[in-house]
Design a protein around this ligand. Structure first.
Ligand SMILES: C[S@@+](CC[C@H](N)C(=O)[O-])C[C@H]1O[C@@H](n2cnc3c(N)ncnc32)[C@H](O)[C@@H]1O
Length: 281
């Protein structure tokens, strides 16, 4: 029997919106990635919710398109470097386990039980059985390390952590705490995440379309609450160092130099890759 799609509300519901943007993003020119899987998880209700959100802020799908390419590359690089454990916190409808996978690579995905069950069953109904250990729960309340330990994660081996589309919904202190947890979770850690500039949260960019989008998300029950000018100090306090930090404007210049962005707001949304600071010699 088909698994019912969870209601599209609150932070969990935003997973259906970002997944829809990711599917649309494949049509961009030049192509930045290939995702034949995520569309299997989206029904007309999910696509309608995404269209409604994109009406408020038409740049949102482009931002997701750019971050998708960045995180795909970061994950592939980690796997090519020998990482065999991939942890996706707040994974929502992330389908990288199915579409990127990797020989001998084990994925651990944490999200709420409804979203994970919906994804697992719908992928299976389409013949897709990625190598994923689904861990239902709340990684803030239950803590990352014990959740992973209960799922057979090897804390003595390197891991890649993807924390995409989550930090903006959490208070600054919680973001710092989760980063510390990530930093202490495995023998060698690389983490990739995205974040908004604090001016976006303070609504001081002067762009009413962006403020309308934030209002729309808040009405959905998913307010944006934290932003950072630069993730470096927070990462440093968590025992992590920044290997790369880029605004989506910089990603666009790298991936699609001939595509005009038509908005300064791409400067306010960034991605980064962090790694555990090596112990002092
Ligand atoms: C905006 S969606 C992003 C989903 C996916 N990472 C992506 O980029 O498409 C945020 C996801 O994080 C999940 N999430 C947020 N906070 C969480 C927490 N404390 N524990 C588990 N999942 C969480 C939500 O349920 C939702 O699926």
């Amino acid at each position: 029997m088909a698994q019912a799609r969870p209601e599209i509300a609150n932070v969990s519901g935003t997973a259906f919106v970002t997944a829809s943007f990711r599917v649309w993003g494949q049509a961009g020119n030049p192509p930045l990635y290939d995702d034949p899987v995520t569309g299997l998880l989206l029904d007309e209700g999910a696509l309608a919710a995404a269209r409604e959100a994109a009406k408020k802020f038409p740049h949102a799908p482009d931002m997701i398109r750019l971050r998708t390419r960045y995180f795909d590359d970061a994950l592939r690089e980690a796997i090519a470097g020998g990482v065999t454990q991939v942890v996706i916190l707040g994974s929502g409808l992330d389908t990288r386990a199915a579409r990127i996978g990797g020989e001998g690579v084990r994925y651990f995905e944490i999200d709420n039980p409804e979203t994970l069950a919906y994804k697992e069953h719908t992928l299976a109904a389409n013949g897709l059985l990625p190598h994923v250990c689904y861990i239902p729960g709340d990684y803030v309340a239950e803590r990352v390390a014990p959740m992973l330990a209960s799922a057979g994660f090897n804390h003595g081996a390197p891991a890649f952590f993807l924390w995409e589309g989550n930090a903006t919904y959490l208070p600054t202190q919680t973001v710092a705490d989760v980063l510390s947890q990530i930093g202490q979770c495995a023998a060698g850690v690389v983490a990739a995440m995205d974040f908004m500039h604090h001016q976006v949260i303070a609504r001081s960019t002067g762009h009413t379309d962006l403020n309308d989008y934030i209002d729309h998300l808040a009405r959905m029950g998913a307010p944006w609450v934290s932003g950072f000018d630069d993730i470096s100090p927070t990462a440093r306090d968590a025992g992590l160092q920044v290997h790369g930090q880029f605004t989506t404007a910089q990603l666009s210049a790298r991936y699609q130099p001939h595509v005009p962005l038509n908005s300064p707001l791409f400067d306010y949304y960034s991605v980064c890759t962090l790694a555990r600071t090596p112990p002092a010699a």
